[in-house]
Design a protein around this ligand. Structure first.
Ligand code: KIV
Length: 289
């Protein structure tokens, strides 16, 4: 596995390497929230490839190599089958393609829940093989001991509460959480447990807005919302959702582009020109001197 953390643009189709910027650190992200106030909201997007990372990097504080890559890249039915090998390969690509944002890599299902020791082995592998700055794991109170174990051993951890997609088989689907008082209280106590265990930030996914606001006020570290509230300390979206890559648009996604239509239209024009033998044209062919 590669431990070269910078993309060699001489051999790639990408633009030349930009003047290296100082990469944001996890303590700097954590310090954005001071005494309950975040003046400068944290911008996070998912990235799975080096080129995607290059394009997003300058605009983001954090790039998340999410295990959503299972569905988005691999066409899997959920994030449950995602492996540590997949996360390591995509994490390394994203680190190679970025210079500015801190890179966080998701710990996939089954690689951290059994014990803090199991989590340490998986997280250490991700840090060593990818060069990422931190890992993210799902779950609240049940994961607090693990978060403390990793943090004390030099591995920054981002928590993830509310709708936790790896638990889809227990939750029974991807509906918003926190509609009952009991569920709402559980989400708040989960986030507090992670915060107190040393998480540097907590993702709040798919919860009714007042709960997201309650959590944001309750925890000392920044909250990162997705399907949560604009009052969270930062926001994250799956980049392909935000770009309009898929027909299905969850309520919490805002489409900033219609990339699926752009790709289909380009493929249709290409197919037409191949069938009409108008591609390749003179500009795309090599002629004898
Ligand atoms: O896997 C992922 O992309 C995530 C974000 C949606 C927060 O966990």
């Amino acid at each position: 596995m590669s431990t070269t953390f910078q993309l060699d643009t001489a051999t790639s189709r990408a633009h030349p390497t930009p003047a290296p910027m100082k990469r944001l650190t996890i303590p700097a992200i954590r310090q954005r929230k001071q005494d309950g106030v975040t003046k400068d909201p944290i911008v996070m997007l998912t990235a799975y490839t080096a080129r995607q990372a290059q394009l997003l990097d300058a605009h983001c504080d954090l790039l998340l190599v999410g295990d959503s890559l299972g569905q988005v890249i691999y066409g899997l039915p959920s994030s449950v089958p995602v492996t540590l090998d997949m996360m390591a390969a995509h994490g390394a690509a994203v680190v190679r393609g970025s210079y500015h944002a801190a890179v966080v890599v998701d710990m996939p299902f089954g690689t951290y829940e059994a014990s803090p020791e199991q989590a340490f082995a998986s997280a250490a592998r991700l840090l060593k093989e990818t060069g990422c700055a931190a890992v993210k794991l799902e779950g609240g109170e049940a994961m607090a001991e693990t978060v403390a174990f990793l943090t004390r051993r030099g591995i920054p951890v981002m928590g993830h509460v509310g709708l936790t997609p790896q638990a889809v088989n227990v939750l029974g689907g991807y509906n918003a959480r926190g509609r009952s008082d009991a569920e709402a209280q559980k989400i708040v106590s989960d986030a507090l447990a992670l915060d107190q265990a040393g998480a540097f930030a907590v993702v709040i996914e798919g919860v009714v807005e007042p709960i997201a606001i309650d959590v944001t006020k309750a925890i000392a570290c920044p909250s990162i919302g997705i399907g949560a509230s604009a009052q969270c300390d930062g926001q994250v979206l799956v980049t392909e959702d935000m770009l309009g890559m898929f027909e299905r648009v969850p309520r919490f996604v805002k489409r900033y582009e219609a990339i699926a239509e752009t790709i289909s239209a380009a493929a249709a024009r290409y197919a037409e020109e191949v069938r009409a033998r108008t591609f390749p044209g003179v500009e795309q062919t090599y002629q004898p001197k």
